[in-house]
Design a protein around this ligand. Structure first.
Ligand SMILES: [Zn+2]
Length: 664
């Protein structure tokens, strides 16, 4: 039986035009599906849009459009963006599709008939932005309180109406049991722990219908109610493969193998969704993987900060493959990542132009120059060194495969680029350009170029899911038709390359002129986010700490003075606001010691607790501990101080660094 794999992106809510966040999740899904397909796995990749709810209804009204006409316009923009990025999804579902509406009603009936839906009266706060009923204390002055979700904090609205309820409270034990039995159900681990503690704190029945919202799917047999938008939206993963009618065979894909989501919709996917399915007796998806957010210059991207990365600017100045590479390499999947144009250009230049591009063009050019474009067979000369290259290729390939299976894209790509460095060194050590001058060295030259081109050939096949366009170009330069995506890496045989004629060679990744490109981008964007560098951790997050390492006299310090400051890499395990303080966050930070430290930082106006958890930061580890607002702080978090207000921008790293590493 053929192995099957079904993966989904969230369906994107059409209250916003497509941005980097949408592109990121979808490119991850696209990469995974290409990876699976290349390995002969029967793969189904679903994306789409979530189109109901009063927020959409209001926006359509604001544009003087019928809701469907309004959403059609936004959906067209999503499809266009996805086409520009070359995403190869199998199906684009819209929650306004007929089959979906019918399918959700079927699901509702099943859950209702099983006794898990009842009619009642809802009264409470509703956040329109999150489309979620929220529990929050009333303000004494009667004004609406703010949404308790960290990423939202917008005013909520009072809602009192008849409503259907889903008996979520009956699923607490069943969900906990499922999390226990299937540790892979919620990934990464940090999110799993969050969900478990949320569910353990108790589940209340969930209001799943509204009478005041007209733009939604009618509740079966009681059409004055429309369904709660999340009941409607989450079901898409299931209706897309079981209710389409035209291809019944699609139901072979249920249950889904992977739901990719952003961490802001974790609870919906790991508590409500499995509870709905359990109630309906439908098998649960295997894994919900929650990825982090892209920050820019260490801060959350937002319109008001003007630090967003504009996907149109990206596509105008850069190739889509470079965006794929950067996103996969730069963000440790599951954690937050930092996206700046500067760091992006640096990556393209160092890894693509100088790394892979240089390897490709110099190997192929030498084969052209010394062997008339025909790949030489390896000889016995230099066999030991060549065997070593083949061995390290084998281990790079194994690492790549394992890491990608685990969705550790960044580490998988590390394996390939470490290997590229090994091949570069092999070529430099053997200096083929010198060997070519001496006829007696020809057998060694043949081995060196055969070995190098074998490495290039296999790398090209492995990277096909990551950079489909660029690898296809290299593939043609290697003299092959079609695409490397059609070669299953498990069947790869580079030993047969001897005697093969290569194609014509040209640079695949041109080196970018950073200054020139940045100037062009600056003219197009009002404010371009700046890089944060860990090299200069000088400024500080809170004023009281400013005296810590102030230089004296001539303003210069000796290296031994600097060495007195113990700067370490730490991982934020927990973060929370402090009551009655707008500025302070209280964090538990692992710096590689037996116990994590409790550290307070004056960053709460700029970073939410949600953004901090899972993030790597720089800590002054040997600062005397002191009390802030009654809490002990055992160290200090390092940040740049930006602008007149001294806004903190946390120091961070562009490469993976181990916890506890010392900064020197
Ligand atoms: Zn909210």
């Amino acid at each position: 039986m053929t192995e099957r794999y079904y993966l989904t992106t969230p369906i994107y809510y059409v209250n916003a035009v497509p941005h980097l966040g949408h592109v990121y999740t979808t490119l991850i899904a696209d990469t995974i599906s290409r990876f699976k397909r290349q390995r002969g796995i029967d793969t189904y990749f679903l994306t789409g849009t979530d189109e109901h709810g009063d927020k959409i209804q209001r926006e359509a009204q604001a544009h003087n459009l019928a809701p469907k006409d309004h959403v059609d316009k936004i959906v067209a923009m999503f499809k266009k963006t996805f086409e520009e990025f070359g995403f190869e999804y199998n199906h684009f579902i819209r929650t306004t599709d007929d089959y979906h509406e019918r399918g959700v009603q079927d699901l509702w009936r099943t859950v209702r008939d099983a006794g898990y839906i009842y009619k009642g009266q809802y009264e409470g706060w509703f956040c329109h932005f999150c489309q979620e009923f929220v529990t929050v204390e009333d303000n004494p002055d009667g004004t609406p309180p703010l949404c308790p979700n960290d990423w939202c904090q917008r005013p909520v609205e009072r809602v009192a109406e008849e409503s259907y309820f889903f008996k979520l409270s009956e699923f607490q034990d069943k969900l906990l049991e499922h999390y226990e039995k299937h540790p892979e159900f919620i990934r990464p681990e940090i999110r799993r722990n969050e969900v478990i503690s949320f569910v353990k704190s108790g589940l209340r029945d969930l209001s799943v219908s509204r009478v005041s919202v007209k733009w939604g799917i009618p509740v079966p047999d009681d059409p004055k109610h429309t369904m709660y938008v999340w009941f409607d939206a989450l079901s898409n993963y299931w209706t897309a493969v079981t209710k389409r009618g035209e291809d019944e065979n699609l139901s072979r894909f249920w249950p889904a193998d992977l739901h990719l989501i952003g961490k802001d919709i974790l609870r919906f996917h790991t508590v409500y969704w499995p509870a709905f399915l359990l109630a309906a007796g439908i098998p649960l998806p295997k894994t919900v993987f929650s990825h982090g957010f892209w920050l820019s210059g260490g801060r959350k991207m937002s319109k008001s900060l003007g630090n967003g990365i504009d996907i149109n600017v990206l596509l105008k100045h850069f190739k889509r493959d470079w965006v794929r590479y950067y996103c996969l390499r730069e963000m440790v999947f599951g954690q937050d990542g930092d996206f700046t144009y500067q760091a992006f250009i640096d990556r393209v230049n160092s890894d693509l132009a100088k790394g892979l591009g240089n390897l490709s063009s110099r190997v192929l050019t030498m084969i052209g120059n010394y062997f008339g474009g025909v790949i030489p067979a390896a000889t016995d000369e230099g066999k030991a060194a060549a065997d070593e290259i083949h061995n390290s290729l084998k281990s790079a390939r194994e690492r790549f495969e394992n890491e990608f299976q685990q969705l550790s894209f960044s580490r998988g790509l590390d394996a390939i680029w470490e290997f590229i460095a090994v091949v570069d060194k092999y070529i430099s050590d053997n200096a083929p350009w010198n060997l070519a001058k001496d006829e007696t060295k020809k057998p060694l030259l043949e081995t060196v170029l055969n070995t190098s081109v074998s490495a290039l050939y296999e790398i090209t096949v492995l990277l096909a899911p990551v950079m489909p366009d660029a690898t296809e170009t290299i593939w043609q330069q290697l003299g092959f038709d079609g695409t490397p995506a059609s070669v299953n890496p498990s069947t790869i045989d580079s030993a047969k390359l001897g005697g093969h004629k290569i194609g014509s060679v040209s640079p695949v990744f041109p080196r970018l002129d950073k200054e020139k490109v940045m100037n062009e981008i600056k003219q197009e964007t009002p404010e371009v986010p700046q890089e944060t560098k860990a090299e200069a951790p000088k400024a500080e997050a809170t004023k009281p700490e400013a005296a810590a390492a102030k230089p004296e006299g001539d303003g210069l310090i000796d290296i031994t003075d600097f060495a007195k400051v113990d700067l370490r890499v730490g991982l934020v395990l927990e973060a929370e606001r402090i009551p009655k303080s707008d500025k302070l966050l209280k964090m538990k930070i692992d710096i590689g010691e037996a116990q994590p430290r409790q550290i307070l930082g004056g960053i709460a106006e700029y970073y939410t607790p949600e953004q901090m958890i899972g993030r790597k930061v720089v800590i002054v580890a040997n600062l005397k501990s002191r009390k802030l607002r009654g809490f002990e702080s055992q160290g200090m978090i390092v940040a740049a101080s930006v602008g007149d207000e001294g806004s903190p921008v946390l120091a961070g790293f562009h490469e993976e660094v181990p916890i506890g590493a010392r900064l020197k």
